[in-house]
Design a protein around this ligand. Structure first.
Ligand code: ANZ
Length: 957
């Protein structure tokens, strides 16, 4: 790397070197800051007096904002930020009013864990990290509107996070209207009697607690006692989205248990349908849409009631109601609350010994089995391959179509959190039921005629027959027959029949669960909720926001033995009695009363659920966002029916969590009339990752990548041979390269170019520090084409360029413009390089008009050198707001090339054609040519060999 600073290079006093780049970059960064070059005007105030700006289309471009990590940035982090910056600059130069800025997502676990290890207050370490990261980012020359930046930990910001929580708390989902409405309107319905209370009593007859409990059933934010994901090792409960497929905590990889705890939830399930259908109008990668669709998991099926003699009916959810005649037993989730009500005191006469699990009574069997099931995660319980376990409850239910008595089991393969927590088992046609039936020697009945040759006796089968593409058999009673029908038709028929008989109905079930919204943490937003002496939750009035995090001595989370499922979470805020116990006048007419504050905090997702809105109107202390401003930047428009940010760039790892939660908050705020957009992000783009080589010694331990030497294709560290694989970049793998190092060595413009040139933006690519110099050389050649390295004078002349150069120039302009608009920055760079090489080769001083357009072309990619050259070329206005060059089509159309047409190897014609012609077009053209027709003289054609655009070879019959 040191060669770049070698004597030969620095010999010329005005050469573009790292030192020169450092000087240019620092100077223009200071200038841009001082001038507010990247400030985007808002429509009210700013734009009103500026008709020219008001006529411009807007572009709101956003990055997924960073968490201020203590490790700082490595070169992988800014890939997306550079890309959005290049894009934003091009859009700005193409006539758009561009909003681009970056804040910090600054609440969260890492700061707290660091705090526990080092005793530093999370605010102190977070703020120090932000200072460091801001300096690193500024060095890259990102054109952000800095007036609009903020961190989610600022009280002026989280005041509005809390305010949104209150809106969600104070609303309910009206399923008839299909939208959220203020809870006061629901209370009115109860008061006036237009909506009946569950037990029919007058609203006025309900106690305060009863009213609160009833409203809690409706509120979009509600506290409830439900089985939640509890991770003792982390010391907090987690949302389903934060639990991995192996049933462990995504962060820290601790075991997660289901525990019944009182926690806050968000009723995101009310929005399941809209979250699903609105995906259609979004310009997102299909893979991400698919992940959201799967996470929401819509299933069409039916609810069917199976009566139990002793205690009402068991309701199951099934997607195969057509197989109802084949339901030969039932299964309840072990936790199902029907279990207590249906179990008899003793095993029925003649109970199969395998069913009892060796227990003396159903009660004993149930207790033992529940204990066993509680220790397993949902994923373990659902694993296809594993042996099916369970136990008979001693109870029987009646199959509503066949009238048969079927035994009721509990088994852990049925989950409490899905459907109704109960299933009808159809062992002949469901793989899990088949395995269970085999293990417990339960009867099976074939009700769908197998399309293979296995026959209709399931006792001879090796597995269930699950196909949809077959006809029903053995499915008739006195009133209805499904025999001979296809699955789809049979489903429709039986669903009607169930409805007519009042024993079931068609229904849609979602996999999506409500969002668990409280955490046992210090470093998060406090809930704007207090409890009165009866334990009723009251929202704080808006005037009491923000409710600031108290300064405390002990902010550490309480963690436990990771395996201790019985441990009880403890909230750090609960240790501060002075903060928790308060006397307040909530302004609700009750006067000053004693309250207890909610001591949970919000999850770290809260702050990122609405930050796009804060960028729009960052200093508004009266409103979440001024509606006119929101409408301008985010409102629905042609092609964007639900509105949203024009471009949102970030990693694909946020497929569900953040992107689903933010969509949900948008919809609630939209329904309540606070914003015009119903979706936060119209276009989503996932950038690839920058990977890096990881070198490991013979013990498998990573060694510092920077100190590895390559010899004859092998790699050595301190003389010892090491292995090399491509992996992630990071401190722990000792292969992190910081942007600071690269900026020091070559300058920010070179780093920007290198990151953009590495490959298509959406694919992952390996970092190679040795290759960075290639882009440095491009900038050096560019510089040399405009500046005399000896004198520092501009070398351009005022004559017009030749035809050749005009063609090269306009082709580049055309191609680079299209590539930039399409975010193909790597090919844009290739085209700039090609043009620059052409100019270098042509020799002699550049025409001013060529030099200027060359500078404008590279300005989005390498803004500092472009600004410097632009000024040296005599301009007094910044390059940032110049118009991007427009190609003259006359120079863009390709010249023609000559194609030779041969018949039997003899040249018979020459065609002047476009070099872009396809084989098909060329063949047609050649066969229609008069000379060719004449030469063929009516002979048929055996074969035509086409090599577009140069050659056509015709072989006559
Ligand atoms: C009878 C049946 C017959 C079923 C058949 C499937 C095949 P999806 O598509 O994912 O929605 N099920 C319902 N609730 C369940 C629970 N809480 N735990 C475990 N399994 C449950 O799956 C719906 C199917 O999964 C339902 O349809 C039910 O089994 C099962 F040939 O009912 B089926």
């Amino acid at each position: 790397m040191s060669e770049t600073n070698s004597a030969a290079e620095t010999a010329a006093p005005h050469r573009y070197t790292a030192a020169m780049a450092a000087d240019i970059e620092a100077r223009w960064q200071d200038f841009w800051d001082a001038e507010g070059t990247y400030e985007a005007p808002n429509p009210t105030g700013d734009l009103a007096g500026d008709p020219e700006l008001a006529a411009k289309p807007k572009k709101f471009i956003m990055d997924m904002f960073p968490y201020p990590s203590g490790a700082g940035l490595h070169v992988g982090h800014p890939l997306g930020y550079i890309a959005t910056d290049v894009y934003a600059r091009h859009q700005r130069m193409s006539g758009h009013n561009v909003l681009h800025t970056l804040g910090f997502d600054a609440f969260g676990l890492p700061a707290e864990q660091y705090a526990v290890q080092t005793g530093t207050h999370p605010r102190v370490s977070t703020e120090a990290n932000m200072v460091n990261m801001k300096a690193q980012l500024r060095r890259l020359g990102l054109g952000h509107d800095n007036r609009r930046s903020f961190a989610t930990i600022e009280a002026e910001y989280y005041k509005w996070t809390q305010w949104i929580f209150l809106q969600i708390f104070n609303s309910w989902y009206d399923t008839e209207a299909g939208r959220a409405r203020p809870i006061a309107e629901l209370v009115e319905q109860f008061e006036s009697g237009t909506r009946a209370t569950p037990d029919g009593r007058d609203w006025s007859a309900l106690s305060a607690t009863e009213r609160a409990d009833l409203l809690s059933e409706y509120r979009l934010a509600y506290a409830s006692d439900a089985p939640v994901n509890w991770s003792p090792g982390l010391g907090t409960v987690l949302a389903n989205e934060e639990v991995t497929a192996d049933g462990r905590s995504e962060r820290g990889n601790f075991p997660v248990f289901k525990a019944k705890l009182r926690q806050w939830n968000m009723r995101i399930t009310s929005y399941a349908d809209r979250l699903l259908s609105d995906l259609d109008g979004l310009d997102w990668p299909e893979a991400i849409k698919l992940q959201q669709r799967n996470w929401i998991g819509r299933s069409e099926g039916a609810r069917v009631e199976f009566p139990v003699d002793t205690a009402g009916g068991i309701i199951v959810f099934t997607t195969r109601q057509d197989t109802l005649f084949g339901a030969t037993y039932m299964v309840l989730a072990p936790e199902h609350d029907m279990v207590e009500r249906i179990i008899p005191a003793a095993w029925p006469e003649g109970t199969h010994p395998v069913w009892t699990g060796g227990h003396a009574s159903p009660a004993e069997a149930v207790t033992a089995y529940r204990k066993q099931a509680a220790a397993k995660s949902d994923v373990e319980r659902q694993a296809e391959a594993k042996d099916k376990t369970g136990v008979f409850t001693g109870a029987y239910a009646t199959n509503p179509v066949s009238g048969e008595k079927v035994p009721v089991f509990i088994a852990d393969y049925v989950l409490m959190g899905y459907g109704t927590g109960a299933i009808m088992a159809v062992p002949a046609h469901d793989a899990r039921d088949f395995a269970f039936a085999r293990a417990f020697e339960l009867p099976m009945r074939c009700v769908v005629q197998p399309s293979d040759d296995r026959g209709t006796d399931p006792s001879t089968w090796d597995d269930a027959f699950g196909s949809y593409d077959a006809k029903l058999v053995n499915s008739a009673n006195d009133e209805i027959s499904l025999d001979g029908l296809g699955v789809v038709e049979a489903k429709a028929r039986i669903t009607d029949w169930l409805k007519e008989h009042g024993v079931g109905e068609g229904t849609v079930n979602f996999r999506l669960r409500d969002w668990l919204f409280s955490r046992q943490r210090y470093w998060g937003e406090p809930f704007p909720i207090v409890y009165d002496e009866d334990g009723i939750a009251h929202p704080l009035p808006e005037s009491m926001l923000p409710l600031e995090l108290p300064e405390v001595e002990d902010y550490s989370p309480r963690t436990f033995d990771p395996e201790d499922a019985t441990a009880q979470p403890e909230t750090p805020l609960s240790r501060n009695a002075d903060w928790v116990n308060v006397t307040l006048d909530l302004g609700d007419g009750a006067g000053p009363r004693k309250y207890r504050r909610e001591t949970n905090t919000m999850p770290n997702w809260a702050g990122s659920c609405w930050y796009e809105l804060r960028y729009l109107d960052p200093n508004n202390d009266r409103q979440l966002v001024d509606p006119a401003i929101e409408q301008y930047w985010m409102g629905p428009r042609e092609g964007q029916p639900t509105g949203g940010v024009d471009l949102y760039v970030g990693g694909a790892e946020h497929a569900v969590l953040h992107l689903l939660y933010a969509r949900f908050w948008s919809k609630v705020l939209h329904d309540l009339g606070h914003i015009s957009s119903a979706e936060p992000f119209h276009k989503l783009y996932n950038q690839g990752m920058i990977q890096a080589f990881v070198y490991r010694d013979s013990r498998g331990i990573a060694v510092p990548a920077a100190e590895v030497e390559e010899r004859d294709g092998a790699f050595y560290y301190e003389g010892e041979k090491v292995s090399r694989v491509l992996g992630k970049m990071g401190k722990s793998l000792k292969n992190a390269v910081t942007p600071d190092e690269i900026c020091a060595e070559y300058g920010a413009d070179t780093l920007r170019l290198y990151e953009m040139a590495m490959g298509p933006l959406d694919v992952s690519r390996p970092w190679d520090t040795r290759a960075v110099v290639g882009q440095y050389r491009l900038l050096q050649r560019l510089w040399r084409n405009v500046v005399d390295e000896e004198t520092g004078e501009i070398t351009v002349v005022d004559t017009e360029p030749g035809e050749d150069t005009l063609r090269a120039l306009h082709k580049a302009i055309d191609g680079v413009g299209q590539d930039m608009a399409g975010m193909r920055f790597n090919t844009a760079i290739a085209k700039v390089t090609e043009l620059n090489n052409h100019l270098t080769k042509a020799g002699g001083p550049l025409s001013r008009s060529v030099a200027e357009r060359l500078v404008l072309l590279i300005a989005p990619l390498a803004p500092h050198i472009a600004e410097e050259l632009w000024r040296r070329l005599g301009h007094t206005e910044s390059v940032v707001h110049q118009d991007f060059p427009v190609a003259d089509p006359a120079y863009v159309v390709d010249e023609t090339v000559t194609c030779v047409v041969q018949i039997k190897g003899k040249v018979r014609a020459r065609l002047e054609i476009s070099p872009a012609i396809t084989d098909e077009e060329l063949e047609a053209l050649a066969l229609a040519d008069a000379a060719v027709v004449a030469a063929l003289g009516g002979a048929g054609i055996r074969k035509v060999i086409v090599r577009a655009p140069k050659l056509v070879n015709i072989v006559p019959a």
